[in-house]
Write a new protein. Structure first.
Lengths: 919, 124, 81
């Protein structure tokens, strides 16, 4: 049954189905009903990690060294546990910067450096080509095993076939066509290939089901289940060793494999492509974090059983364990299972080749060929219309180039190595990217020279310690290179560099490459300085969560909207360009038609769009070509805005300062209002003083003139007028004295004669002065000054002045008919040191309305009584009292019940000197 | 018949002196001690001239002046303002409100009487 | 804060898994015996692996609705401090 035509037909049908699925996926994507926008497809597409190497090679390795094949899958599991910290951050950064490949990521992180992207591309191509060739070899070998059915012929026994009869060549060509059709359908700024992803996810399902089928068949068909199989195996000491061998003997190797696989799950170009570039939604990583490891677990369950079963079935024969997956069903005459296993292996290989070539060709195009072409001025590329076609052409060429190069490697070298070994060489190459990537997203100081030198040295050592020996094995180079070292220098033996022997070649290589890679990366980064754009990029990568979009608004050049548009048209086509610009304009509410100069944000946006098509470094060069003036002259800006945290700090401080300014200015405003008020009051004061002075002056002058002009005036009238003149003169004198007193007190220039006083004596003196007033108006006076009041220290005359003032006020305002005034005193505030003395003067006049009480003590604030008479007095008396009392911390106030009189009281501390000290 | 003058001031001594002089000069003098009393007196019988102090309690001189000028029946009443506030702005305000003249305290009684005679010659 | 908690849990899980998948812990199970017909080492590695996967799923995914990291998490899922 299993004749070549049927096998070929099955393979062909399978590939057709793949084409159909990819085609359908693209159609759905075009229609806007994405097939791949869900976490399950995403997780399955990541399973492109499981290649033909997994499918055939794991069994081979398990048969040789037991359980340690699992390290290749436990490593990725560990990384996916940390997806939250690492993968999600990479995803966020890549989406913000429209990263198209791993080379693009590294070049963008380290200042959009083209040289760095080129180096990464070279390393990736050189490192991955053996891995692709491994897939071709697996397909070819499995086909060769299968066509000899029912005989079981090991591939090593098959002589080299002529080129045109080599199935591997045709497989390679078909895969190249597939990659070209679904990986380079159009230049897309988002670089999503939904059809391809759908096909890859489908392949993941096929290879899993195929492998499980073989596993179930072997375990439950050939044997009676796990127990039976393992029981039989344990009978043999050799096989028991495989099942129980602990990694203790190969401790270093175990660690090495774990480390390599951890690096590989991110750093292999195809893994980067499916995890990062093809990711449509950051949230999908959450599900993939456990779905993908689960997939790995499932596909590995039967590896050991198949290996052990194969070893037992083919005991004593010269059997290649890499073929057990096929050979066991064939041995049992299970054609269907064998064919399905072949298809499974085919799917594992094709999936890997397709994604890998697309990823590599994108890197080749964006980070190697385009930068070079754009630099070649004579090509006048920058002036060409429709560069999109050129880009596609380069990518298609890249795919063919990579596939053919892999085939070449397979033809020349591949035969000499087992599957796993080739794969691990590639893993070690990809692992060189890990320091630059992981360092790049967590360590801001890392710079382009550190990354460049670290990568370069790591790559050179990888080449020397791993790739060169593979050339020796294939017979290209003399065996003595390994045994004696180049030029007989034993210290330089590629697999025992500087005498480091005793490690397996892989651990040896990993140690040296990582030592120089990480060492140079860290050391050079620490001793060299970053340029401005490197610092910007470093900050925008490391602080991606903090800065989101705002990361890159450091553009000072100018570009016209028209120039930018034509640039976009040339790379991504007219339809896409106008659609993108229209979307941008709609989002920002702009009318691009009216804008001539593009603002920094639009320039940035255009650069990002271009980056999706040609990579960040080239995009920057292209945008710079249409921008006038300074493109990037950021050193001054960056001196201030060194880090995002600093920006935040500055803006916070600015905010604080502006708040302080606001407070200060509002205080100033308040002060200004008060000053204006004071100015107005001063004006009023002067105006009032002048009025108060002019009034008595007017009277004096008038009567003087009357007396002067009328010598014959009758004596009674003459004496009345003279009396008025005398009285008004007195009033004038009093007024002038009071004004002077007040001015002196307010200015603090009053001489105070402080002495110890008996309050009773002071009150008596005041009463003596005012006795006449009381007698004149027939007002009853009650005095109640208790004995034993504490002595007070005060200026005697001033205190008398206060009491006289209050008494004469009381006389003026008390009831005109039954006038009654009382004065009393008491100790107040015993809590105060030495106490305070209160003196109150009561009258039974009209009282003072509440509203007037406070301003009563202001200058010239007389409260008119109900009569039309002008209030008596100068209007300064109470103001002077207040000045005197408050001079040493005392207090003066009025209590009143309107209609029932008023009580004017003042309180002075008995020891004003101390009170003053306390102020 | 004697020319009628209304003297309005809250300062009794000033009232006393001016009243004395005006009577001596042959005017018929009435006296009011504040703004309200002044308006009442004007309503009772409009004088030919009002000597009006500005700074008075309650209704001040400006107010009285304005009220008089607002009533067309009293358009012939002449108003001379007396004030102790010597600032130009007060003077302008008074003139704007319709006062006929403006005398600043402390004034000379001779000057006041001369101005009075000019504006309102006493009937011989 | 919850985001931070999730991150911390994953780091702890990572360390746990790292230890579980490396010598010397792996070495402990390298004995020539079977449990339910399965070699101990084989059984251990797959069981530990499954545990790590399940725990990862619980911490990361929405399957932990009953846990302290519970519902409403997706709304906050955008930012990390």
């Amino acid at each position: 049954m299993l004749i070549p035509s049927i096998i070929l037909a099955a393979a062909f049908l399978y590939l057709c189905l793949l084409f159909a699925i990819a085609y359908w996926g693209d159609k759905r994507a075009d229609a806007g009903r994405s097939l791949v926008a869900n976490p399950y497809i995403y997780a399955l597409s990541i399973a492109v990690y499981c290649t033909a190497w997994t499918f055939y090679g794991s069994v081979g390795r398990a048969a040789a060294s037991g359980i340690d094949f699992l390290t290749i899958y436990l490593g990725p599991t560990l990384v996916f546990v940390l997806c939250w910290a690492v993968l999600r951050k990479i995803l966020r950064i890549s989406k913000a910067n429209r990263i198209t490949s791993i080379a693009d990521f590294i070049s963008a992180r380290y200042g959009k450096t083209q040289v760095l992207g080129g180096l990464v591309t070279v390393i990736a191509v050189v490192g991955i080509v053996p891995y692709i060739s491994l897939q071709l070899k697996a397909v070819s070998a499995s086909f060769n095993v299968l066509i000899h059915y029912p005989q079981i012929v090991m591939p090593s026994a098959v002589s080299t076939v002529p080129l045109l009869q080599d199935t591997a060549l045709y497989v390679a060509l078909v895969l190249a066509i597939f990659s070209i059709l679904f990986g380079t359908r159009h230049i897309d700024a988002s670089e999503h290939h939904e059809g391809m992803v759908a096909a890859i996810a489908f392949e993941s399902v096929v290879k899993l089901v195929a492998f499980l089928t073989v596993g179930v068949f072997v375990t439950f068909g050939l044997y009676g289940g796990f127990g039976d199989l393992f029981d039989k195996a344990m009978e043999s000491a050799d096989f028991a060793r495989l099942l129980t061998a602990t990694p203790s003997s190969t401790f270093g190797n175990w660690m090495t494999l774990m480390a390599l696989s951890m690096a590989a799950i991110i750093c292999l170009p195809r893994q980067w492509h499916v995890i990062v570039v093809e990711n449509v939604d950051e949230k999908h990583i959450d599900k993939a974090a456990w779905l993908f490891p689960l997939y790995l677990l499932l596909i590995n369950i039967f590896v050991l059983p198949i290996a052990v079963a194969g070893l037992m079935e083919f005991r004593g024969q010269q059997a290649d364990a890499d073929t057990f997956v096929l050979a066991l069903p064939m041995l049992a005459r299970q054609e269907g299972v064998a064919l399905f296993a072949f298809i499974g292996g085919l799917s594992a290989a094709t999936g890997m080749v397709i994604v890998e070539t697309v990823a590599l060709s994108t890197m080749l195009c964006n980070d190697l060929v385009m930068p070079v072409l754009l630099r070649l001025k004579w090509l006048r590329l920058t002036e060409r219309k429709d560069l999109g076609r050129l880009l596609l052409g380069i990518r298609r060429g890249g795919i063919v180039f990579v596939v053919l190069l892999s085939y070449l490697y397979f033809r020349l070298i591949g035969e000499s190595y087992a599957l796993v070994t080739i794969g691990l060489v590639s893993f070690a190459a990809a692992a060189q990217f890990a320091p630059a990537i992981i360092g790049g997203i967590f360590w801001k100081t890392a710079n382009r020279w550190g990354a460049f030198i670290g990568l370069g040295l790591g790559f050179l050592l990888w080449f020397y310690t791993l790739l060169l020996p593979s050339f020796v094995r294939s017979g290209w180079l003399d065996e003595t290179l390994l045994t004696a070292g180049p030029w007989g220098l034993a210290l330089l033996r590629p697999q025992a560099l500087f005498g480091l022997a005793g490690l397996d070649p892989l651990s040896h290589a990993l140690f040296w490459t990582m030592l120089v890679n990480i060492g140079a990366y860290v050391a050079v980064s620490l001793v060299t300085r970053q340029s401005a754009i490197e610092r910007i990029q470093a900050a925008s990568f490391v602080d991606v969560y903090r800065r989101a979009e705002a990361g890159q608004r450091f553009w000072r050049g100018t570009a016209t909207v028209a120039d930018l548009e034509s640039l976009l048209v040339r790379f991504i086509g007219a339809a896409r360009a106008s659609q993108e610009l229209a979307e941008y304009a709609a989002r920002r509410n702009l009318n691009l038609g009216k804008m001539r100069e593009a603002d920094a944000e639009l320039v940035q946006h255009a650069e990002r769009l271009l980056a999706g098509a040609i990579g960040t470094a080239s995009a920057r060069v292209m945008v710079a070509s249409v921008a006038k003036g300074e493109t990037v002259s950021l050193d001054e800006v960056m001196a201030i805005l060194d880090e995002a945290s600093q920006i935040i700090e500055y803006s916070r401080r600015l905010e604080q300062k502006s708040q302080e300014l606001e407070v200060a200015s509002s205080e100033l405003r308040a002060a200004n209002v008060r000053l204006k008020e004071l100015d107005r009051m001063k004006d009023d004061f002067i105006s009032t003083v002048s009025h108060e002075l002019r009034t008595p002056l007017t009277s004096i002058r008038s009567f003087s003139e009357i007396l002067h002009d009328n010598p014959n005036i009758d004596p009674a009238q003459r004496s009345q007028f003279l009396g008025i003149i005398v009285k008004e003169s007195e009033r004038l004198t009093r007024l002038i004295n009071q004004i002077l007193d007040l001015a002196k007190m307010e200015a603090g220039r009053m001489d105070w004669q402080i002495e110890r006083l008996e309050l009773k004596e002071v009150v008596d003196d005041a009463l003596a002065v005012t006795r006449g007033l009381f007698a004149e108006r027939d007002i009853r006076l009650e005095v109640d000054i208790p004995a034993g009041l504490p002595k007070i220290e005060y200026d005697r005359d001033r205190l008398i002045q206060v009491i006289v003032n209050l008494l004469s006020n009381a006389v003026k305002f008390c009831d005109p008919v039954h006038g009654r005034v009382a004065i009393d005193a008491a100790v107040e505030g015993p809590g105060l040191e030495g106490g305070a003395v209160r003196v109150s003067v009561h009258d039974n006049g009209a009282g003072v309305a509440l509203a007037d009480r406070a301003r009563l003590f202001e200058r010239f604030q007389q409260i008119g009584n109900t009569m039309t008479d002008k209030p008596q007095g100068t209007g300064l008396g109470l103001a002077i009292c207040r000045q005197i009392v408050e001079r040493f911390g005392g207090r003066i106030w009025v209590d009143s019940e309107p209609g029932r009189g008023a009580v004017f009281s003042f309180l002075i501390p008995s020891s004003p000197a101390k009170a003053q000290a306390a102020q | 018949m004697a020319r009628s003058v209304l003297l309005v001031d809250d300062e009794p001594n000033i009232v006393l002196s001016l009243e004395f002089l005006m009577r001596q000069a042959g005017y018929a003098v009435r006296v009011a001690r504040d703004g309200d009393a002044a308006l009442k007196a004007i309503e009772e019988e409009p004088p030919e001239l009002v000597l009006l102090d500005v700074m008075m309690p309650k209704r001040d001189g400006f107010d009285v002046c304005q009220t008089v000028r607002a009533n067309p029946a009293w358009k012939d009443v002449r108003i001379v303002l007396l004030t102790a506030k010597g600032r130009d702005i007060e003077r302008e305000k008074g003139m704007a409100l319709g006062a006929d003249d403006y005398i600043t305290k402390p004034f000379s009684t001779r000057e006041v009487m001369q101005k009075l005679r000019q504006m309102l010659p006493p009937e011989s | 804060m919850r985001q931070g908690l999730r991150g911390e849990r994953l780091v702890a899980l990572f360390i746990l898994a790292w230890l579980a998948f490396h010598p010397p812990i792996v070495t402990l199970f390298g004995v020539s015996a079977t449990v339910m017909g399965l070699p101990v080492l084989y059984l251990y590695l797959f069981a530990a692996w499954l545990c790590v996967i399940v725990l990862t799923g619980l911490v990361v995914g929405r399957g932990d609705a009953g846990g302290p990291d519970g519902p409403g998490e997706t709304a906050r899922g955008e930012r990390e401090g």
